[in-house]
Design a protein around this ligand. Structure first.
Ligand code: MN
Length: 131
C-alpha cells in the first residue's frame, strides 16, 4: 500500500518533518499544512487517501476539523488519524468516540505510527494484494 497520498495537518515543524520523513521512506506521497482551515481546503482539492490530524492547532482544532470533513460529501469518507500530545490514558477511546479512524500520541513512535497508518489504510481500502 505504498504510493498513497497522505495529508499531514500539524503546526509543529519538527513533528511535521518526522511524520513526512517516515511516510516518504515507506513510499507514500505527502502534502502538509499548519492549520485545520488550510487542511480542509487541501482535503477537498487533493482527495488524500488518509489525513493525519493534530488535535491542538492554532485557530480551528482537529476535532472540529474532523466534523467539517465528515459533514462534506466529498471528504466524509477519507480516513483520519488523530495525533495528540496529551497523555490521557483513555485518549484513544476518546478520539475514536469522536469519530477518528485511528489514534497516535506524541512523541511519535516509529513502529506504532507506521503500523497505525497501515492498519487504517487497509481497513479503508481492503488488504493489499502485494507480497
Ligand atoms: Mn499542535
Amino acid at each position: 500500500m505504498a504510493g498513497e497520498l497522505i495529508l499531514i495537518i500539524e503546526d509543529n515543524e519538527k513533528n511535521r518533518k518526522l511524520v513526512r520523513d517516515l511516510l516518504q521512506v515507506k513510499g507514500h506521497k505527502t502534502i502538509e499544512c499548519e492549520t485545520a482551515e488550510e487542511g480542509l481546503k487541501l482535503a477537498l482539492e487533493k482527495s488524500p487517501a488518509l489525513v493525519l490530524m493534530d488535535i491542538q492547532l492554532p485557530g480551528m482544532d482537529g476535532i472540529t476539523a474532523l466534523k467539517q470533513l465528515r459533514a462534506d460529501p466529498q471528504t466524509k469518507s477519507i480516513p483520519v488519524i488523530a495525533i495528540t500530545a496529551s497523555a490521557m490514558t483513555n485518549n484513544r477511546q476518546a478520539m475514536l468516540a469522536e469519530g477518528f479512524d485511528g489514534y497516535q500520541s506524541k512523541p511519535i513512535s516509529l513502529k506504532d505510527f507506521l503500523g497505525e497508518v497501515q492498519r487504517v489504510l487497509e481497513s479503508h481500502n481492503g488488504p493489499s494484494t502485494a507480497l
